[in-house]
Design a binder for this molecule. Structure first.
Ligand code: GSH
Length: 474
């Protein structure tokens, strides 16, 4: 693969200074740990990362298929119930979301429209054909898919750095593909707001008290104005929704005096983000309401690792997709996924994992990165799980073998850029708006590339491991 050339050591310092200022000038920033109004540049790689164009286009093309798949899964009550039956017995968090899903289903949904802001993540895989890298899906996020806001700015940063190095050859610029993720996510929110049908209602982003990725969210908020300046986004925490929220008899959701048209969760994907039963009550109140949820509890559940694993089992995809070409497009991105549920198949998975743990990743249902288990810890975890039912908290997945490249990592907490061996992950954003069994909007809207040192097995930008990057098509 034609990797980008590393700049000479004496130009690195110059480029990094220019790059850091570029970030601050263009809002490629995160809140620092110190205080609310102190910002620092978001972590980034100095160079974009080479990525085969063919594989980039493949991942881009399959996004709309994944949007439909995830949506159909979210509509299939029998399937979700069956697929998650073992998991909800032992995983309290999934069980809670499932309970909200069941409760609101039985009551009758007050809002048939739902919004999905999805991101499907891939790694290149050497597999047994190092000369023909394939893409393998790591996961699909159906809640709080982040960095659609900042990602286009990373492409702009890399384009600027390329100009500084006098790479004015326009064919080189073409290699940094245009990225409209921020506009696309913003347009998705505005479209959902319009479908709600009350101009005076607002969209609400649910955030945590200590959110440091605020500017990624702000970018989306500000670009919403480009679609429709009447579409406002207000920020609320679970705490505020608890104290200032109210569900009217007709299921209208009012928070702080505003009627809520769209609830956009950028919090609530991890059990620790629910500090008490009150926060769960707030989630239930929102789910019960007439507001359009992003995501609905059903769509949240459709993004669990367990569902990902079941979908990869032989014959299951056919339940949702009949077109052979679409089936093949989706299936070609799947890596080996194995059940750990009680029973002979699960027992076989345990044996296989213990015999060769380095071939696999053990994944709990948790979102947000940094929770996966590797190597000898897989053996320990499985051996210590004496109650066989508890195994259903996890699924086992083949470890993807991405190519290792070299890049400079630039992080605010590091005194100097660090030249490291790195691996990358590329995600595509999808927007899906549905009303009952009708799809109203299905779009692929842009991408996100993240790169991290091979010293980190797991974790994204928010968990302090990965760095924002952009693809350089080869
Ligand atoms: N609360 C933060 C935000 O809203 O940006 C983080 C949310 C989060 O961790 N989202 C996950 C993600 O996309 C999906 S559940 N992470 C990307 C990363 O941190 O690199």
């Amino acid at each position: 693969m034609d990797a980008r050339e590393l700049p000479a050591e004496d130009t690195v310092e110059y480029l990094v200074t220019e790059a850091k200022d570029y970030c601050l000038t263009h809002g490629l920033v995160m809140q620092s740990k110190e205080s609310y109004f102190t910002v620092e540049h978001a972590p980034f790689t100095l160079l974009p990362t080479a990525f085969p164009k063919r594989r980039f286009l493949q991942a881009k093309e399959v996004q709309k298929d994944f949007n439909v798949l995830v949506y159909r899964v979210s509509q299939d009550h029998e399937f979700l119930k069956e697929a998650l039956s073992g998991t909800i017995e032992v995983d309290d968090f999934t069980a809670k979301i499932f309970e909200i899903y069941e409760m609101t289903r039985k009551e009758g949904l007050s809002q048939p429209i739902s919004l999905g802001i999805l991101r499907s993540d891939y790694m290149l895989d050497k597999g047994n054909k190092p000369d023909d890298l394939s893409i393998k899906q790591v996961e699909i996020n159906t809640i709080a898919s982040s960095f659609g806001g900042l990602s286009p700015q990373v492409r702009a940063l890399h384009s600027f750095l390329s100009d500084l190095q006098n790479e004015h050859d326009p064919s080189k610029k073409d290699k940094l593909p245009v990225n409209t993720s921020c506009l696309g996510v913003a347009a998705g929110l505005v479209d959902a707001w319009k479908y709600y049908g009350n101009e005076r209602a607002v969209a609400m982003i649910v955030v945590s008290e200590d959110e440091r990725n605020r500017f990624d969210q702000r970018w989306v908020q500000h670009l919403m104005r480009e679609h429709d300046p009447r579409a406002h986004l207000i920020r609320k925490t679970f705490n505020e929704i608890n104290s200032k929220g109210q569900l009217k008899e007709d299921k209208t959701l009012i928070v702080d005096g505003y009627e809520i048209a769209v609830v956009y969760f950028r919090n609530g994907y991890d059990p620790h983000q629910y500090s008490s039963e009150n926060d769960w009550n707030a989630r239930l109140m929102m789910e019960r309401s007439r507001a359009i949820k992003c995501p609905s509890a059903a769509l949240h559940l459709a993004g669990t690792k367990k569902v990902q694993q079941v979908l990869a089992s032989p014959g299951v995809l056919e339940r949702f997709i009949s077109d052979e070409e679409v089936l093949n497009r989706i299936r070609s991105t799947f890596t080996g996924l194995y059940t750990l549920d009680e029973g002979p198949e699960g027992d076989k998975t345990v044996e296989m994992a213990i015999a060769d743990p380095d071939r696999f990743v053990l994944k709990p249902q948790l979102e947000g990165g940094g929770h996966n288990i590797f190597g000898e810890d897989i053996v320990k975890t499985l051996k210590n799980t004496t109650n066989v039912k508890e195994r259903s908290k996890y699924i086992l997945m083949d470890k993807i073998q991405p190519p290792v490249t070299k890049n400079y990592i630039v992080r605010a907490e590091l005194p100097k850029p660090v030249l490291a061996d790195v691996i990358s992950e590329l995600g595509f954003f999808g927007i899906l708006i549905s009303r009952g069994d009708e799809i109203l909007v299905n779009r692929e809207v842009g991408h996100l590339m993240r790169t991290k040192s091979i010293d980190h097995n797991d974790g994204g930008v928010c968990s302090g491991r990965a760095n924002l990057d952009s693809p350089y098509l080869v």
